[in-house]
Design a protein around this ligand. Sequence first.
Ligand code: ATP
Length: 238
Amino acid sequence: MIEVTNLKKVFGPIRAVDGVSFTVNQGDVLGFIGPNGAGKTTTMRMIACLTRPNEGTARINGHDILKDSLGVRKSIGYLPENTPLYGEMTTISFLGFVCEIRGLVGAEKVREIERVVQVCSLSEVLYQTIETLSKGYRKRVGLALTLIGDPPVLILDDPTAGLDPNQKRDVRRLINNMASYKAIIVSTHILEELDAICNRSIVIHRGRIVADGTPAEFREQGGGRIDDFFEAVTRGRE
Ligand code: ATP
């Protein structure tokens, strides 16, 4: 469902992404890890058609990011690091607004709002304005927006950042529940999250893939510890 081929992106002298290739199939939850500034967000933004690569391309659900950005956008739910939300809107009006942008109206819109409200446990804050929500609830609203229209591909940039332990657990459960019928990329700085939700992971360092394997393989190569493995493949190359 996601085929990334030799993606490159430069910002002036900075090689943010330097020839990244990988594939993610339906049923895969791919963990994206790497030090700060490694190129994770830039890679995800290129896949979601939010920034154009200097070289390379990607196909999402059969749609090329360079030739068919509309097809790509229809196939993807993208949760950015900081979701831009309209603070003065209530949760329910914002969900309705995004449904309409995605072409869902009438009974379909009502059903879709009910579905994402239930999936993201938002019923308590439906009539509260976004600006008065806690950080965790804002994140949940962001996630609900990402799920509207049930896109087959999800790109989630640090989806559990800022959530309390119970909410982190809820989001991980939610990802697990959707995993079998979607292709999902999740970036995270929490290495245990790889075990909790990912069946495969890629380590990015200085714009390049320096490791690709299962969390179990990473642990084994780190002598029983994923953090030792992470340090070895990232610090060792500075
Ligand atoms: P983090 O874990 O800190 O979120 P990341 O792996 O997501 O980092 P990116 O945000 O992709 O890293 O950044 C990769 C590099 O590209 C960094 O050096 C960053 O400063 C640079 N960069 C990203 N966006 C821009 C931009 N719009 N203009 C200039 N440089 C940028």
